[in-house]
Each structure stands twice: as C-alpha cells, then as structure tokens.
Design a protein around this ligand. Structure first.
Ligand SMILES: *[C@@H]1O[C@H](CO)[C@@H](O)[C@H](O)[C@H]1NC(C)=O
Ligand SMILES: *[C@@H]1O[C@H](CO)[C@@H](O)[C@H](O)[C@H]1NC(C)=O
Ligand SMILES: *[C@@H]1O[C@H](CO)[C@@H](O)[C@H](O)[C@H]1NC(C)=O
Length: 173
C-alpha cells in the first residue's frame, strides 16, 4: 500500500508544481515583453542605481511585517505605472501583469494602508500654525503611546532574557 500513497503524493506535488510554474512562466514572459518595450536591459538604465531593489536588500526591513509595508508600496507603484500605459489596445502581457499586481495589491491592502499613513505623515506641513497647534495638543497622548511601547519592549526583552541567564542562547523569538 505504501507505494500507492507515494504515487498519490507525487502526483499531487507534480500537479501543484505544474500549476504554479505555468502561472509564474506567464508572468516571467510578460515581464520580458515589458522589458523589451522599455529597453530596460540597456546599460544606461543602471545609471543612478536601482529604484526598489536597494531598499529590499538593505536589511533595514528585515521584520516580515515591516517588509510587507515596503512591498505593498512598491506593488502599488507598479500598478500606477502599468495603469498609465496608454497603448491601445493594451497588449495581453500588460493585462496579465496588471491583473497579477492588482491581486497582490488586494492581499497587501492592510500593509498598503500602513504605507499610506507613513506617506501622509511625511507630508504633514509642520510649518503650518494650525498643524503645529494640533500637534502640541496631541503631544501628551503621543508620549503616552511612546511610554507604553517602551515598557512593552522592556517586558519582551525580559521574557527573552530572564535575569540574563540565557544570554548566550540563540534568540528563538
Ligand atoms: C526602445 O528602443 C527603440 C529602438 O531604438 C525605440 O524606438 C523606442 O522608442 C525605445 N523605447 C523606449 C521606451 O525607450
Ligand atoms: C500618467 O501619464 C500622464 C501622461 O503621460 C502623466 O501626465 C501623468 O503624470 C502620469 N501619471 C502617473 C501616476 O504616472
Ligand atoms: C482596503 O480595504 C478597505 C476595506 O476592505 C477599503 O475600504 C480600502 O479602500 C482598501 N484600501 C486600499 C488601498 O485598497
């Protein structure tokens, strides 16, 4: 009986692999077509460094939840770019990429809203008197939140290092 179970597992694995690889093959070839359209593999494109991949590789966004925020924002930039390609009729590969990215964007909705919060914060006009007065009013509440976060962090590090005994253990958290 064991060989039958093996066969079933093998077949299941093969068909699920087949499914993902055909989708990802289509995406890969869509990306290749887009790169041709934009002459993206020519050497002049490298001038000034990458736009996204440097951030992805920086190590600054090592926590999965944080990285999701970054990825969500990058996906939304690609959607913006693809939606603005006005070639008519839109080539099939552009439609496919749009669809795929819109799907991803839905899955990253919450992270995208977090990214939007950050963007909104970065754009706050702190030289505006009305904004300044609101900020001053909200300061107490914000500092309460800072304190809460600090004590949460202390508790976490105490849990991970009870009395410093396990300091040499690898961090499993
Ligand atoms: C790509 O190169 C071709 C041929 O040189 C040119 O006609 C086209 O405008 C270029 N496209 C872009 C987006 O630079
Ligand atoms: C979309 O394209 C138009 C015309 O080329 C341009 O003016 C506009 O800034 C673009 N918008 C985005 C979000 O790229
Ligand atoms: C995310 O989902 C919420 C509710 O499900 C919706 O109101 C909001 O517009 C979505 N945000 C984005 C950026 O898609």
């Amino acid at each position: 009986m064991a060989w039958q179970i093996c066969l079933i597992i093998l077949l299941a694995a093969r068909s699920s692999l087949g499914l993902t690889s055909s989708t990802s093959e289509r995406i890969t070839s869509a990306i290749e077509s887009l790169q041709k359209d934009f002459n993206a593999t020519r050497s002049d494109v490298a001038e000034g460094g990458p736009v996204f991949t440097k951030m992805l590789d920086s190590g600054l966004w090592s926590q999965p939840n944080e990285k999701k925020i970054l990825i969500a924002q990058i996906i939304s930039k690609y959607v913006q770019m693809l939606n603005n390609i006005t070639k008519t009729p839109a080539p099939q590969y552009i439609k496919e990429l749009r669809e795929a990215l819109e799907d991803y964007k839905k899955n990253y909705n919450e992270s995208l809203m977090k990214a939007n919060d950050l963007i909104h914060l970065a754009q706050l006009p702190m030289d505006n008197l009305r904004t300044q007065r609101k900020a001053v009013l909200e300061m107490t509440r914000v500092l309460q939140e800072v304190k809460k976060e600090e004590s949460r962090r202390r508790r976490r590090s105490q849990r991970q290092n009870p009395r410093g005994l396990k300091r040499r253990m690898p961090n499993m958290g």
